[in-house]
Structures are given as structure tokens and as C-alpha cells.
Design a protein around this ligand. Structure first.
Ligand code: TRP
Ligand code: ZN
Length: 849
């Protein structure tokens, strides 16, 4: 087991690099990499270089060969003693690597016959010897020799001839932002002129034949470039911007300087093959990677503990972008849903960690919801506390002060302190402390004055027993009993563990519309009657708070039903009002109609100290859906018809809002019409959003054989669409059938499990089916564990990431816990288990009971 890395162990690198020159001779089995790195000593210390899995052919300093006995026998560091080095020198290496054997999709590898790279976080060491740490930055010149028709690297093209291309990136960057692509690719191209008049050539590179599917990615790129100029004053800084789509990729996309590499599912889209959700994600992730050019690349991280410096900020920026391009209210609600489903879940279990962790074994395991999504929420809170103008001022200062540097969270906080004059010492706990605070509210009403008593508490998390009080921006309003807003949106700043705020001169007792806009990533504990919730659902002026009120009402009903009690009557009644107003804002109505998922119900039950029963939760949700459908059939049917698409498919907020409402109505109606409408929709729909939605209902209703066969016949040659086909079957099947179904699917020749998209499609289809994954007989756990054990030797990164499916298992009953523990222990015992997976399984098992 490899040692733990600690934040406190960081030391500056004793050399700076003035230039890095790389020369690649590409060959699938034996690629040669020659490097020349110009070093200059800046402080005392040996030259330490990282390398992994390299066949080293030669090393030299200033042309004098080095004795290869310096090379480590095992391990990944090459140490050249300082006393053998002049103050300035050129280090040279020639190594050989085998891209075809590289299944980890880290370093240089082949995807569908094309060479590509992935270097974040520590992939560059698989390419050649280098100080593979983000605080060592350099300009790069890269020469690529290959017979492939298209040869790309970072920066601007210098020269191009058949078989050879030279690229120069003048902006100094760390090795994790290096990229190289070589393949038979076609571009769709456009141009952008920056705000200062600089022309930029834009290309989205895809496999021949995929060009017609790349247009939306290009439009999204242009919108991103424009938006960053307008919202942040940030301009692009090279002559070209290239995006390449690859099929084999561990994550979503990567912000390599001037050469972003994308999972093809985040580039390729047509109405017939991509859903509204896919389009929204494409726009958001194209934006995200583009925005990294300033928040990540021009200003990067000093070390990997600071990952949220670039990721939290860039997620925050892509969220702002999407909310400007689409509907701000819908985007905020989506983001809250994701945060709760992924980050609150993470924070409540054994993998809980702060946005800025202070130790890790494998950094790839820290590309988490906490670093990304909570990192973004923390910035949202800062902005809420200081206001928009000061936020912009602080960001201007950040870009001014730190351009070209590798920074820390301390640097970031200092910028806000200097720009606003505030002391942010207490605020910093949001970065350094793990766990989701619970905010409890009790109210006192007397003589026209309302006192709100808040109390905050955070449970201990692994390694952090003490939880000092946080600064919590509490945004609220007050709604009178007749539905009028008697106090408009107000920001309270809570800094103590317990704190009270008083509102006077009120006529009648109002209802508190709490945490408007989801003003802080906390859970809320307060007593509310169903009538009060219904009042907010009907009258709140804040769309998030309105939605949340309905959501809580539904959740209360579902939890009562899961406990075998009556529940949900008030929600069923309140839904009537939502349906009456639905056509005015279809997207919002669709969000209100969607019941909380089984996972969220389980989380809420567990948080109250009760052991959740997955089967009871499943039946509770089904029965409430049935009752809602029966109570509102005419209105639902009318809405379903009213939301019939008009005109051609447009993947914008309005069109997708109508489709989401139509599908929300369909989900209810399918309980009553035995999926008759779903079948008709499946037959007639011209877009994947409705097709996939209808297919899900057909599967849930158990009348899917014909539709699945037709879907397959139509799309068998489209990997991305077939991924949906693989997911939807285990996901939407009745829980007792899902694992058997997934096992059959896994036997198909097109279950190309070494492809991360295909692997995730099937396995996450099971893990996202709550009652199936947590089946009492352990079949879900075993199925997933078997596949993780099979994937680990091939692709440790993706295996480790998917272990998080197990992070909630200790909250279930003893039978399930024992099954989960046995499955995890089997993984832990796998001979040669990767460091990635070992760390994840160890952390989860450490909390087993
Ligand atoms: N930095 C990437 C982002 O934009 C994510 C990333 C980190 C990544 N490691 C990766 C992507 C490995 C693909 C493969 O969030
Ligand atoms: Zn990112």
C-alpha cells in the first residue's frame, strides 16, 4: 500500500523550467518520446523527476549521457543529486512507451485507432520523466512524427508537413495540461473574434462521418467564449482552439491548453440520438472546459489538495453560464438536486472529506462531488455574502494578481479579503471542514413579532471530530397567510452555533420561506404543517423555495407510506394547483410533479435515525404515483396532449421544458393506461428525449420486448445511443428483475466493458436502481463487485470511482450490511488490487458496523 500524501508536506520545487521540448515518434506498440527540458536552479535540492512504466533508453545532462543505473529499480522517482548539476542545464531523455497496451486511459493511449492523451492528474509521468506536479510550469514545443493525417498538440501550430507537425504553446503550463492527438479526424470549423479583435480558428474534431453531429458543440463553444468575455472580462489567448471527441475516456472532458479532449458523449448530438439532458450537458461541459482556460490553466493549482480552486470555481462559472443561456430557476433546482444526490450523500458516509482535503492516497479518488459541486456552492455563498459587485471586483483582482501562477485556497481567500476588507477566517471552514451542517429552526410568535431561533450542528466526519460553527448565509422571505409576501428576500448572516433574528410589526403570523435560492449547502430541520408547505408551494416568490416546499410535502407523504402509515393526501391535493398552472411554466411544473427518488427517501429516513427499507420505499413511491395518477387523470391527460411538440425540435429551455412536462405526465398516465400512450409515443416520436422517456415507461410496465428490439435494430451502430439502451433496462426494470437482466446484457458481444461509457451504462443502471442494488439477498452487491473486480486490472480509475455506489450501504439493515461487507471484502482481497480501488474500499470498510 502506497503512502499517504499530506498537504503539510508540500515543498517548493527547487528548479524552474524555461522550456520543455518534446518529440514524439508515434507507433502503436513502441512510441519513442525524446524530451529536452531546460532547468534553472532556484533553491537547494536534488532534481526529482517522476516516471511510471517507462522503458528508458537514454538520459543526459547537457549532452553528457547519464549512467542508467540511476534509474529506480521500482517506484516512480528518478533523483539526480544537486551537486552533480550546474545552475542551468538541459535534461534529456529518450523513452519508449506502448500506447496499445495502455487500457488505463491515462498517459498516451489508443482509442478507436487514434492516439490521444490524458494527463490530469498524474498521467504525464506515463509519457516521460518530468516534474509531474502542477506548480512546475513551462512553455512547451512539441514535434509529432506520425503517418496519421491529423496531428495536434497544445498552443499554436508552427509547421505542418506530411508525417510531421510542430506545435508551440507560449503560455507556461504544468504537465497535466499537456495533450497530443493523432488520428484520421475531420473537423467542423468556425471562427471567433475576441473582444480585443484577435481572430481565433475553432475546430471540433470527430471521426469521419460524425461531422453532422458536432454542430451543437461548436455553437456551445462560441457561446462560451462570448459569455466569458461579458461575464468575467476573460478573453481567449491563442490563435486556435481545438476540441477532439474520443470514445474511450474515463471522465467527461479535459481542459488541456488549446486542445480540449472530450468524451464523445459530450460532443455528438442530433435530435434523433441525444436527449434534452444530453444537449444541456454538452453546452455546460463545453463551457466548463473552455472556462478552465482562465480558471485552471492561466491560474492553476499549487498542488492537488487545491483542486477545488480550479474545479469549484469552474463549476460555479459553468452553472452561471447555463443559467444565463437557459432558465435560471430550473438550473438552480437541478443543481440543488445534484448536490443533494451526490454531495450530501458523500458527506453523510465514509467518504466524507472537505472541499480542500489535507491528505490522500490516490488523487484520482478526489475528483468528487465535494470538490466540484460543494466547491462551487462555497463560491456561491461568498458571492451571496459580499454581493455581485464585490464578487466581480474580487475576481478581477484574482486574475490580475495571480495570472501565470500556481495558487492555493489561501491565495483565493486573501483576494476576497483584500477586495472587500472582510475577515474570512471563519468562512474558511467551508473549505477545510467536512460534513453537511444541519440548520434547525424554531419560531416564536407574539404580538406581531416573529423570532427565528437558528441552531447549526455538523456531525463528526472521518478524522474530524470537532466542528466549529460556520458562516451561513440564510436567505429568507416571509409569506403572509393570504399568500402575500410580507418580507421580501433578506440575507441573514449566521456566525454562531445558535443565533436568533427578530422581525417586528407583522400583522398575522407569516410562513418563513427559508433558504431561498438554496443559499447554503445545509440540511434544514424545522416543523412545518402540510398547510404551510402547500401555502409556499402555491405562493412563494422564490422558485427554488416554492419547489422545495412541494418536494418536502411529497417527501413527508412518502416517508409516512414507507413506514406503513397513511400519507401524501396533502401533496395529492397540492398537485392539483400545480397542474392548473402548469402550462405557464412547463419546466417548473415538471420539476414539481417529479416525486423524490428512492435514494433521496432512503437518505432522509436514515438522517432521522431510522433504518430505511428499500422495498418499502419502492412500494411507497409506486403507490403515491398511482394515487396521484388516479386523482388527476383528466388534468394529466390534457397536459400530455397540450405539450405535444409544435414545430421542429429545438434543444432550448422552452422546448425541453415542454418535453419534460409531457414526460412527467406520461409517467403517471402509464400507470393507468398500461403504457398505451408510451407505446404510441415510442412509435411516433422523432426525438430521443421522448423516445427514451417512452421506452422507460414500457420497461417499467413490462411490455418492452418489441420496443427494445426495434430500438436496437435502429441504433446498433451508434455507441452512444446503445449506451442508453444498456442503462435503461436495469434502471427501469422492476427491482427483482434488474440484476438478472443486467447479467444477460453483460453476455452480449457488444457489452464492450473496457469502454468506460459502456461499462458505466450497464453497471450504473443497476446501482441507480435503488431497490435492485440494495436487494436483501445481496445479488446487486455481488453483481457490481464481480464487475469491479474484473475492471480493476484494466482501468483502476473508473473502477475506483464506481466503488462509491457502496458508500451508503451501512445505513441499511444487518442482513444487507453483511452482504455488502462480504462483497467489499472480496474486492479488497483481489490479488494485485490497484491503489485507487484499494483506497476506496478501505475507506468504506473502515466505517462498517
Ligand atoms: N479536469 C477535468 C475537468 O474538467 C476532469 C478530469 C480530471 C479528467 N481527471 C481526468 C477528465 C481524467 C478525464 C480523465 O473537470
Ligand atoms: Zn473541471
Amino acid at each position: 500500500m502506497t503512502d499517504t500524501q499530506y498537504l503539510s508536506d508540500w515543498r517548493p520545487y527547487p528548479y524552474e523550467i524555461t522550456e520543455t521540448r518534446l518529440e514524439f515518434r508515434l507507433d502503436p506498440r513502441a512510441t519513442r518520446v525524446r524530451s529536452q527540458i531546460d532547468f534553472h536552479r532556484i533553491s537547494e535540492g536534488n532534481l526529482v523527476l517522476d516516471g511510471a512504466g517507462l522503458k528508458t533508453l537514454a538520459l543526459a545532462i547537457d549532452g553528457t549521457p547519464l549512467d542508467l543505473s540511476l534509474l529506480p529499480e521500482s517506484g516512480e522517482t528518478l533523483v539526480i543529486p544537486a551537486d552533480s548539476l550546474p545552475e542551468s542545464f538541459t535534461f534529456e531523455a529518450e523513452v519508449e512507451i506502448d500506447p496499445e497496451a495502455n487500457t488505463s486511459l491515462e498517459g498516451l493511449y489508443l482509442s478507436g485507432g487514434m492516439f490521444c492523451t490524458q494527463c490530469e492528474a498524474e498521467g504525464f509521468r506515463h509519457i516521460t520523466w518530468y516534474p509531474d506536479r502542477p506548480d512546475v510550469m513551462a512553455p512547451f514545443t512539441v514535434t509529432v512524427h506520425s503517418e496519421m493525417p491529423v496531428l495536434l498538440s497544445n498552443g499554436n501550430p508552427v509547421s505542418e508537413a506530411p508525417g510531421k507537425a510542430v506545435w508551440h504553446d507560449p503560455w507556461k503550463k504544468p504537465a497535466y495540461l499537456f495533450a497530443l492527438v493523432a488520428g484520421d479526424l475531420r473537423a467542423i470549423s468556425d471562427k471567433f473574434t475576441t473582444m480585443s479583435g484577435r481572430p481565433v480558428d475553432l475546430n471540433v474534431w470527430v471521426r469521419p462521418g460524425d461531422e453532422p453531429r458536432a454542430g451543437y458543440a461548436m455553437e456551445s463553444l462560441i457561446r462560451s467564449m462570448k459569455w466569458d468575455e461579458e461575464a468575467y472580462g476573460r478573453e481567449y489567448d491563442l490563435d486556435v482552439f481545438n476540441i477532439v471527441a474520443v470514445d474511450d475516456f474515463n471522465m467527461g472532458a479535459m481542459e488541456n491548453k488549446g486542445l480540449n479532449i472530450f468524451n464523445s458523449k459530450l460532443v455528438l448530438a442530433t435530435a434523433e440520438t441525444a436527449t434534452d439532458g444530453d444537449y444541456e450537458r454538452i453546452e455546460g461541459v463545453i463551457g466548463h472546459e473552455y472556462f478552465h482556460n482562465w480558471t485552471g490553466n492561466r491560474i492553476t493549482c499549487r498542488d492537488w489538495f487545491q483542486l477545488c480552486l480550479k474545479e469549484g470555481l469552474t463549476v460555479f462559472r459553468d452553472q452561471q453560464f447555463t443559467s444565463d443561456m437557459r432558465s435560471a430557476a430550473v438550473k438552480r433546482i437541478h443543481d440543488v438536486q445534484t448536490l443533494r444526490a451526490r454531495q450530501f450523500r458523500e458527506d453523510a458516509g465514509p467518504l466524507s472529506h472537505p472541499p480542500r482535503p489535507d491528505h490522500y492516497q490516490e488523487i484520482n479518488n478526489f475528483y468528487t462531488a465535494t470538490v466540484y459541486e460543494k466547491g462551487a456552492e462555497v463560491i456561491g455563498m461568498l458571492k451571496r455574502l459580499i454581493g455581485d459587485a464585490d464578487y466581480r471586483k474580487a475576481l478581477d483582482l484574482y486574475f490580475d494578481r495571480h495570472d501565470g501562477q500556481a495558487c492555493t485556497i489561501e491565495d483565493w481567500i486573501k483576494v476576497f479579503e483584500d477586495a472587500t476588507g472582510r475577515d474570512l477566517t471563519q468562512f474558511k471552514h467551508w473549505y477545510t471542514d467536512a460534513g453537511t451542517p444541519r440548520l434547525a429552526l424554531t419560531e416564536e410568535w407574539s404580538g406581531g413579532s416573529l423570532t427565528l431561533n437558528f441552531r447549526q450542528a455538523t456531525k463528526p466526519t472521518p478524522g474530524q471530530a470537532e466542528k466549529p460553527a460556520r458562516v451561513i448565509p440564510i436567505v429568507l422571505g416571509l409569506i403572509g397567510p393570504n399568500g402575500d409576501e410580507v418580507l421580501p428576500t433578506t440575507v441573514l448572516e449566521m456566525t454562531e452555533a445558535e443565533q436568533s433574528f427578530r422581525f417586528e410589526g407583522l400583522g398575522a403570523r407569516p410562513v418563513v420561506s427559508l433558504l431561498r435560492g438554496f443559499s447554503a449547502p445545509v440540511t434544514v430541520a424545522r416543523e412545518m404543517t402540510a398547510d404551510e408547505q402547500a401555502l409556499l408551494l402555491a405562493h412563494d416568490t422564490d422558485p427554488y423555495a416554492r419547489w422545495q416546499a412541494g418536494h418536502d410535502l411529497a417527501l413527508d407523504g412518502l416517508i409516512a407510506r414507507a413506514k406503513g402509515q397513511e400519507g401524501g393526501a396533502e401533496f395529492i391535493r397540492a398537485i392539483g394547483g400545480v397542474l392548473d398552472d402548469a402550462e405557464a411554466d412547463p419546466a417548473f411544473a415538471a420539476l414539481c410533479l417529479a416525486l423524490p427518488g428512492e435514494e433521496e427517501i432512503a437518505t432522509t429516513i436514515a438522517a432521522s435515525g431510522v433504518v430505511p427499507d428499500p422495498d418499502a420505499i419502492h412500494s411507497a413511491r409506486r403507490s403515491l404515483m398511482q394515487d396521484i395518477a388516479q386523482a388527476h387523470e383528466p388534468a394529466l391527460a390534457a397536459l400530455y396532449d397540450a405539450m405535444t411538440p409544435i414545430g421542429p425540435y429545438v434543444p432550448d429551455a422552452e422546448g425541453s421544458g415542454r418535453r419534460s412536462l409531457r414526460l412527467a405526465a406520461l409517467a403517471y398516465l402509464s400507470r393507468l393506461d398500461n403504457a398505451e400512450r408510451a407505446e404510441a409515443l415510442f412509435d411516433s416520436a422523432g426525438n430521443m428525449t421522448e423516445r427514451e422517456g417512452a421506452l422507460g415507461q414500457l420497461i417499467a410496465a413490462g411490455r418492452d420486448a418489441d420496443a427494445l428490439a426495434r430500438f436496437e435494430a435502429e441504433f446498433r451502430d451508434n455507441r452512444l445511443v446503445m449506451d442508453k439502451w444498456f442503462t435503461v433496462q436495469p434502471l427501469r426494470s422492476e427491482s427483482h428483475l434488474a440484476v438478472a437482466r443486467a447479467k444477460d446484457l453483460a453476455k452480449r458481444p457488444d457489452f464492450d466493458w473496457k469502454n468506460p461509457n459502456r461499462f458505466r451504462a450497464l453497471i450504473a443502471g443497476v446501482t441507480s436502481n435503488h431497490a435492485a442494488f440494495h436487494a436483501a439477498d445481496g445479488s446487486g452487491y455481488d453483481f457490481v463487485a464481480d464487475w469491479l473486480m474484473k475492471l480493476d486490472p484494466v482501468n483502476a480509475q473508473t473502477t475506483a470511482r464506481m466503488c462509491s455506489a457502496f458508500e451508503t450501504v451501512w445505513r441499511y439493515d444487518a442482513t444487507r450490511r453483511a452482504k455488502a461487507k462480504a462483497a467489499l471484502e472480496r474486492i479488497a482481497a483481489l490479488p494485485g488490487l490497484s491503489r485507487n480501488t484499494s483506497e476506496m474500499v478501505t475507506r468504506i470498510l473502515a466505517a462498517s458496523t
